[in-house]
Structures are given as C-alpha cells and as structure tokens.
Design a protein around this ligand. Structure first.
Ligand code: HAS
Length: 541
C-alpha cells in the first residue's frame, strides 16, 4: 500500500542520512592515517576517537539497521501479497527507533560516547547512548513480532502453501537476529545501562564482552542476509535469468540460524579468562558458518549465468559479457560480490585460531570488514536503492549513468582502501589508533597507508555521486510507471520441496542448543565469579 511504501522509504532515508555522516568521518580517518590531520580544523569534533565512534555506530549499526527494517517489512508484505499484520505497530516502531537513534546520535555528536561501536567496558558512555541503542534493538524485535504475526495471518489464509521466497528470507533473518540479540540485550539492560546511570558501581569487562560477541558476530549476518535476499531472489531476474536452485537457496538461509550463533569467541581468541578449548570449538564452528556462504557463491553465480545465457552469451565465459552491465543496480551488486569473495577469504584468516594471533587488533581487521559490511552489504544496499527508491516513490532514477560511475568508484575505492589496510595490518599497524600521530610509525607502512587515503578519497567521491543522484531523484518531477520488484522465478519450477526447508522450528531448536553448549559453561563460570544477583542462583551448576 502507499502507506507501507512511505514507511519503508522513511526507514531507508534515515539509514542513508546516517551513512552520509559516517562516510565523512571515514574520509577524515583515512587522511589522518596518511599524515593529513584535519581534525583540529573541525571544531565540532573533539578527538579522533569521537569521529571513529561516530563512523562505526552510524555506518554499521544505524545505517544497516534502518535500511534492513525498512526493506524487510516491505519485502514481507510484498511477498505475502498482504499488508503487515499491524501497520500501526510498524509506524510506532519507526518513531520509536528514530527516537532511539536520535538519543544515540546526540551522545556521540556531543562527544559523550566515544567508546567505539563495540561499546567495550570499562570505557563508559553517557546513558542516552546505551538507552538509544537498546531502543533501536527493541525496534528490530518489534519488526520480528510483526513479521511473525503477518506470517500466521497469511498461513491461515493459505494453508499448505509454501512460504514465498522474499518473506522466507525476511523471516530467517529476523528469527536468527531475534535469537542472537539476547546477548546484547542482557549486556545493555543488566550491566551497561545501570552502570552508566550509576546504579551499579562496576562491571566485568570480560563478561560484558562475552555477552556483546554472542550477538556481535551474528549481527554481521543480520546485515548480510538482506543482501543475500537480493542476490538470490532479485538479482537473477535483473540479470534476465532465474534462481538456479530454490532448495539450495532455502537451505543456505536456514543454515544461518544455527550456525551463525555459537561463534563469538573467534572475536575473543586473545581474551584471557575464556578457556582455549571453548575458543577452539568456536573456531571450528566458524568454519561451519563459512559453508552457507560458499553455497551462496555457487548458487548465485549459477543463477546469474542463466541470465547471461538467456541474453545470448555462449561458451565458458561468454555469458559474463552479455550481462546487463549498463544497469547500476545489477553492476553494483555483481561488484559487491566480487569483493565479498576476498572478504570471505580474509574472514577465514581471522577465524584460524593461530593466524588470528598475527592479525588481531591490526588494520587487517578493518581491511576485512570494509570488504564485507563496507562493500558486500553497503554497496548492495546502494545498488538495490537504484530500483527500490523509484519503486517506493514513483519517481524515475535521476541518472543511471551517474549510478554506474558511483558503483564502479565504490568498488575501486574499496579495493585500494582494504588492500592498504590488510597490507599495513600484516606489517603490524594497529587498528583503532591515530597512526599519523604515533611515535612508532614504520617506514614500511607508508605505501599501504597512502593506499588507504587514496581509497578513502575515491570512496568519498562515490558517496557524493550517490547522494547527488538520491536527492535529485527524490526532488525530480519525472514520474515513472511503476518500477517492478524484480522477483526471480526458480529455474526448476515450483516442484516438491522437503518440508524441513519450509519450517523454522528444527533450525531454531538446534540453534538454541548450540548456543547453550557453546556459551553455557563459560557464562555460568563468569557469572558465578561475579558479585551479581544471578551468582547464588547459578552456583549449583
Ligand atoms: Fe567477519 C571480524 C570471521 C564474515 C564483519 N567481521 C569482523 C568485524 C566485522 C566483521 C565488522 O574469525 C570486526 C569486529 C570488531 O570490530 O572487532 N567474518 C569471519 C568469517 C566470515 C565473516 C569466517 N564478517 C563477515 C561478514 C561481515 C563481517 C559477512 C559483515 C557483513 N570476522 C571474522 C573473525 C573476526 C571478524 C574471526 C575477528 C577478528 C579479530 O581478531 O578481531 C564468513 O562468514 C565469510 C564467508 C564468506 C564467503 C564468501 C562467499 C562469496 C560470495 C560471492 C561470490 C561471487 C563471486 C563473483 C565470486 C565464503 C557469496 C560474482 C561475479 C559475478 C559476475 C556476478
């Protein structure tokens, strides 16, 4: 309905507004690393760490979450061919999340929350920072509630029918995130918020970090799965082809529910106080969550190939040439995938327990996540917006050519920047450090850090082009006939599908069990060691 389209648009625009500020902070950081420190010239910014905190929270927490909530609500109601169960709840959710985001923005912009996006204690932020983020998380859970209610209403109307692909992807994403969010909810509600308000005197950094990473790794799949929804269910149609295998696609999505949850210790390989045995188990499970992404690489590439061949492409690689490279939405997503393959490879390096000792807390890690969340996710969301915003507004995209240049520049900029970061990281350059001012700057870091700055400048140019096109599209009077949602058909038709690929319960139960096994013993030990209310209750275990 027009109301729901408007709501989705508002969510998405709030997300992109945050990305805009985050990108500007990114440029300042990149230049600082290369020796050009502009921070003293910007009175609003009190320190490098304030800018870095704004960059992280705005880009990976607020941009992503607002885009995702807007897109998933829209995708579910479009796929179910009915309005959300409660459109009123969806509007309440928007205002609630906006209020939460504004609280967090205020704390960050006034330099009262320079604690970086991981919110690690004992660095303490103003209470509004934690409360605002907690409200945003509650908003995501309200979306989950609304999606489940919509699913139940649809099921009553269409008993026995298989869940359509778009809502299926939206439900998997939100069920996974609903389970994953428990850690960060406990961390914020029982520890960080009371501590920041002065109600409790101290918190245990190891315990809060453990709760954080219980949610903090799966959150990357909360960001990634909506991009996967586009790659699997929409991109093949944009390429002129079909989804290569519906069962494989569903299996890959469902595998993320159990496999993305019990892997958080791979962020804590170097934390004392977590036993090596549990770290090793999480390392092995991390290799498990690699599998659905490898399945994705195969299925999506095969789906896109059906498009290239349907357009007349022949031979082993001839189909690549005939793909619609003039379409910024297609090209942006294809380029995002190419860099994601490198992001996956660097993820494997991080996940390898021993190799992690070499790269942990170095610039190699930002090198990894600018390829994953910074490209696979952010570039895909921008590329999707080239059809989604015209669809939601009824206004024609202002310039396809500008869009094309923008996505190519993002790809080139990120290639330079992530290469520079990974290279400097392997040479020992630390992350989260004002490198330009450090007394231990190594001559060998010079060239890689120049690459970071060059990449940052290209990325900023790309961002300027993106916002130019976005604003011009929103302001344009050029109306377009309804831009369709490019929903792909499965190649093999809608044949028989095993029931377990259309049910959530077995995956949810196995996910819950894996979390209990993977985290239970460590959490019980950490909680009983503390002077918490829970300690006497947990001691018998
Ligand atoms: Fe990660 C740290 C391991 C995926 C984000 N990661 C981070 C941090 C972030 C992040 C933000 O094990 C930093 C947190 C912090 O601040 O401390 N990560 C992995 C592994 C994967 C992985 C194994 N990460 C992601 C994704 C992210 C993300 C996705 C965001 C969206 N990561 C780690 C580890 C650390 C870590 C350690 C901690 C390091 C430390 O020491 O602190 C895997 O899920 C990756 C699987 C991906 C693939 C690639 C599949 C390729 C596809 C594309 C194919 C298309 C092609 C071409 C080839 C297997 C699907 C198409 C061409 C056409 C023509 C169409």
């Amino acid at each position: 309905s027009p109301g729901e389209k408007k709501l989705a648009l508002l969510f998405i625009l709030v997300g992109f507004a945050h990305l805009l500020i985050g990108v500007v902070m990114g440029l300042l950081q990149g230049l600082e690393h290369a020796g050009l420190d502009l921070f003293p010239f910007i009175p609003a910014l009190k320190s490098y760490y304030q800018a870095l905190s704004i960059h992280g929270v705005f880009n990976v927490l607020l941009f992503t979450t607002f885009f995702i909530v807007g897109f998933l609500g829209f995708a579910a109601s479009h796929g179910f061919e009915r309005p959300l169960a409660s459109v009123k709840l969806a509007w309440v959710n928007f205002w609630l999340m906006l209020a939460g985001a504004l609280l967090t923005d205020w704390a960050l912009l006034t330099n009262q929350a320079s604690v970086l996006f991981t919110s690690y204690a004992p660095m303490k932020a103003h209470p509004t920072y934690y409360i605002g983020l907690a409200i945003v998380v509650v908003g995501t859970l309200l979306l989950l509630l609304n999606l489940v209610l919509t699913y139940l209403a649809w099921r009553r109307e269409r008993p026995g029918e298989r869940i359509p692909l778009l809502p299926f992807g939206a439900l998997v994403t939100m069920i996974m995130w609903g389970m994953a969010s428990v850690g960060v909810v406990v961390e914020f509600v029982f520890f960080l918020i009371p501590w920041s308000l002065g109600w409790i005197a101290e918190v245990d950094p190891l315990l809060t970090r453990t709760f954080f990473w219980e949610s903090g790794h799966p959150i990357v799949y909360f960001w990634l799965l909506p991009a996967y929804m586009s790659w699997y269910f929409l991109l093949p149609r944009q390429a002129g082809g079909k989804l290569f295998s519906e069962p494989l696609a569903r299996l890959a999505f469902l595998l993320f529910i159990p496999l993305s949850l019990p892997v958080g210790f791979h962020h804590q390989f170097l934390d004392p106080g977590v036993s090596q045995g549990w770290k090793a188990i999480h390392a092995v499970l991390t290799f498990g969550v690699f599998i659905p992404s490898m399945m994705t690489a195969f299925t999506v590439l095969a789906s896109v190939e059906t498009g290239g061949r349907a357009r007349g492409g022949q031979g082993l690689f001839g189909w690549i040439r005939t793909l619609p490279w003039g379409d910024p939405s297609f090209t942006g997503q294809a380029l995002a995938m190419v860099l994601f393959a490198l992001g996956g490879a660097s993820g494997l390096i991080n996940a390898s327990y021993t190799l992690n000792l070499e790269v942990h807390n170095t610039l190699f890690i930002p090198g990894h996540f600018h390829l994953t969340v910074g490209t696979a996710v952010a570039l895909t969301f921008m590329a999707m917006s080239y059809w989604l915003i015209p669809h939601l507004t009824g206004r024609d995209l202002w310039s396809r050519r500008l869009g094309l240049v923008q996505v190519v520049l993002w790809f080139v900029g990120m290639t330079f920047m992530s290469r520079g970061m990974s290279w400097a990281g392997i040479l020992g350059a630390p992350r989260r450090t004002m490198l330009g001012a450090s007394p231990y700057l190594q001559p060998t870091w010079d060239v890689p850090l120049q690459l970071v700055a060059i990449g940052g400048a290209i990325l900023t140019t790309s961002a300027v082009l993106y916002y130019w096109n976005l604003v011009a599209t929103l302001a344009s009077r050029r109306r377009t006939a309804d831009v369709e949602v490019p929903l792909a058909e499965p190649l093999e038709g809608r044949g028989l599908l095993p029931r377990y690929l259309d049910r959530f319960a077995p995956w949810v139960v196995s996910g819950a069990l894996l979390v209990l096994i993977g985290y239970g013993p460590t959490l019980v030990r950490l909680l009983t060691n503390m002077q918490t209310v829970a300690a006497p209750l947990l001691r018998p275990f």
